[in-house]
Design a protein around this ligand. Structure first.
Ligand code: SF4
Ligand code: SF4
Length: 349
């Protein structure tokens, strides 16, 4: 058990296949591929791979309310060395410039530091998707120095600049611990003007609404975090809550599933389609299974059947096909195309 008060236990819809079936069975909602087709964008295909995003497991020191990974301290799923080595082989052989490491709390994977050092040794840009609180957790307190030494980009969740809202979503004391971690990162140069050490913050709405405009919210975050806490950061990403895992569970239990889905569908923005992250990303789960994105991975949706299933055993001749593969979509994809669009790198338009 962690020091944090756990907000929530596991999703009652933890079975990804059950979630996929539920979304597919919502026949009163439009089909995503048909919405794409109406705008001449179907089938959706990849345009190369710029980012290899690997989810190294579901182990986390938190249990946030809207976690799409359904992560927590009681989870045991964790990527082993053989799968991590296969990721590095693809990174090298596929000439993929960026390794994006997520979890869980990715730093809790026993191979995390080795993986970072190897990828940096290959000259790759490395992103650590960090929950901040792990940086002030005993046994991990030397992590900020490690990240700075290896010039790792930190992308950190901070769903609000107000303590009450953050603690509501992420657990008691999460905000105070996050501010402590941000100050530590600032001390090392992260997020300071003109510093090469990049510190991005991630906002997602507390409830079933779309995020506000990213640039306006970034200005609010900058002002409030600087004035209240003396904290600096590089940029803010706004991310839409996807109707999967714990957030889907929340929507169902509160009777807001239909209204939220209608909101996403009604806000479909064709201008976001060109920049959807699945078009330039390949996602790998802790066992090496391949997906078009982290969200598909959480729903147990692998690549289309003519593509490899797992990164282990991937051959060089598979690479070219992977780079132009057809992408698997579902109704959850409306979360990526609503309003200004959403991706792991924030809004799309
Ligand atoms: S910190 Fe991230 S991975 Fe961990 S429970 Fe919260 S949202 Fe999920
Ligand atoms: S959830 Fe988003 S990123 Fe994933 S396949 Fe659908 S549109 Fe692409």
């Amino acid at each position: 058990m962690t020091e944090l008060t756990l907000v929530r236990r596991r999703s009652t819809l933890a079975d990804p296949a059950e979630q996929t079936r539920m979304l597919a069975a919502a026949a009163h909602l439009p089909v995503f591929a048909e919405s794409l087709a109406r705008h001449g964008e179907s089938p959706l295909t990849a345009q190369g791979i710029e980012v290899l995003q690997i989810n190294v497991g579901k182990v986390c020191n938190q249990t946030c309310r809207h976690c799409h990974v359904d992560a927590g301290p009681d989870r045991r799923e964790s990527m082993d060395r053989a799968v991590a080595e296969a990721c590095l082989r693809l990174l090298r052989g596929g000439n993929i410039p960026t390794l994006d490491i997520t979890g869980g709390a990715p730093e809790m994977n026993p191979h995390f530091r080795w993986l970072v050092a190897e990828a940096r040794g290959l000259g790759k840009r490395v992103i650590d998707r960090c929950n901040l609180t792990i940086l002030v957790t005993p046994a991990f307190e030397d992590l900020p120095e490690f990240l700075a030494e290896h010039s790792v980009e930190v992308v950190a969740s901070l769903p609000c600049y107000l303590e009450e809202n953050v603690d509501k979503q992420r657990g008691d004391h999460a905000f105070e611990r996050s501010i402590r971690a941000l100050r530590r990162l600032n001390e090392l140069g992260y997020g300071l003007p003109d510093s090469p050490l990049s510190l991005s913050l991630v906002f997602n709405p507390v409830g079933p609404s779309l995020p506000p405009a990213q640039d306006r919210l970034e200005a609010d975050y900058r002002r409030e975090l600087r004035d209240r806490y003396g904290v600096e950061f590089t940029r803010l990403y706004t991310i839409t809550n996807m109707p999967i895992s714990r957030f889907l569970d929340d929507l169902l239990q509160s009777g807001k599933f239909d209204a939220y889905m209608q909101k996403l569908v009604g806000a479909f923005n064709p201008a976001t389609v060109d920049s959807l992250m699945c078009r330039t990303t390949l996602s790998v789960d802790w066992q090496g299974n391949l997906s078009d994105c982290d969200f598909n991975q959480m729903l147990g949706l692998g690549l289309v059947p003519d593509q490899p299933r797992n990164i282990q055993g991937l051959r060089e001749q598979d690479f070219a096909n992977l780079f132009g593969r057809r992408i698997v979509t579902g109704r959850h994809c409306f979360g990526c195309t609503a309003g200004a669009g959403s991706s792991c790198q924030g809004s799309l338009s």
